[in-house]
Design a protein around this ligand. Structure first.
Ligand code: 5GP
Length: 207
């Protein structure tokens, strides 16, 4: 019975270089009922990215058509490319009882919140700006201009953590994954989400 109830929607946001995608990928490996939403984007696939796996890659005009038809739960222009979460895809997953995690930027998270949909928003912070910069420079083949843009966005958006339900510091990967699992477990245990199963158990107490 409880397995057929509507899934939970989680949002994870963080500056690029914080490790949010790696964290979300680890979570869906560990938690069988959790799925990562596949975003649509107008940007070109990078080497090694697979269409329909990492993203649904579409043309800018296709993306704009989806905006017009109101097919996005949220969408945003991030560094000049359009990214969005398909509303029907997300709705179908939630309705089938799957929990869903959206790895989206702060603009997108604000839009999801504004719809009033039941969601749990988690902001991931690096241990410090200096560590973020070191991680970004270590992993990325970005130009210096692109690097400066990412760092400026990180500075501008870090304060948005106050609008989230949870804040997690990604110091080391595995303890952070455990912390995220604990948040998900806590959300699943909220009284209003447990009421169906709790009522069934309570009935067994009756004479
Ligand atoms: P990248 O191009 O490096 O894959 O992603 C750039 C940024 O876009 C990341 O901060 C990522 O979280 C954000 N992003 C990816 N998909 C979506 C989405 O569907 N909606 C929004 N609002 N942001 C997204």
């Amino acid at each position: 019975m409880s397995s057929k109830s509507r899934g939970l929607l989680f949002i994870i946001s963080a500056a690029s270089g914080t490790g949010k995608t790696t964290l979300a990928e680890r979570l869906v490996q560990i938690l069988p009922n959790l799925r990562m939403s596949r975003s649509y984007t107008s940007r070109a696939a990078r080497a090694g990215e697979r269409a329909g796996v990492d993203y649904n890659f579409v043309s800018r005009s296709h993306f704009e058509g989806m905006i017009e038809r109101q097919e996005f739960l949220e969408w945003a222009d991030v560094f000049g490319n359009l990214y969005g979460t398909c509303r029907p895809d997300t709705e179908a997953l939630l309705a089938s009882g799957q929990d869903v995690v959206l790895v989206i930027d702060v603009q997108g998270a604000r839009q999801v919140t504004a719809t009033g949909i039941d969601r749990t928003a988690i902001f991931v912070l690096p241990p410090s700006f200096q560590i973020l910069e070191r991680r970004l420079r270590g992993r990325s083949a970005d130009s210096e201009a692109a690097m400066q843009r990412r760092l400026a966005a990180a500075r501008a958006e870090a304060g948005a953590y106050v609008d989230y339900d949870y804040v997690v510091i990604n110091d080391r990967l595995e303890p952070t994954v455990v912390r995220l699992q604990e948040i998900i477990a806590a959300e699943r245990s909220r009284t209003h989400r447990m009421s169906l199963i709790a009522e069934e158990i309570i009935r067994s107490f009756e004479k």
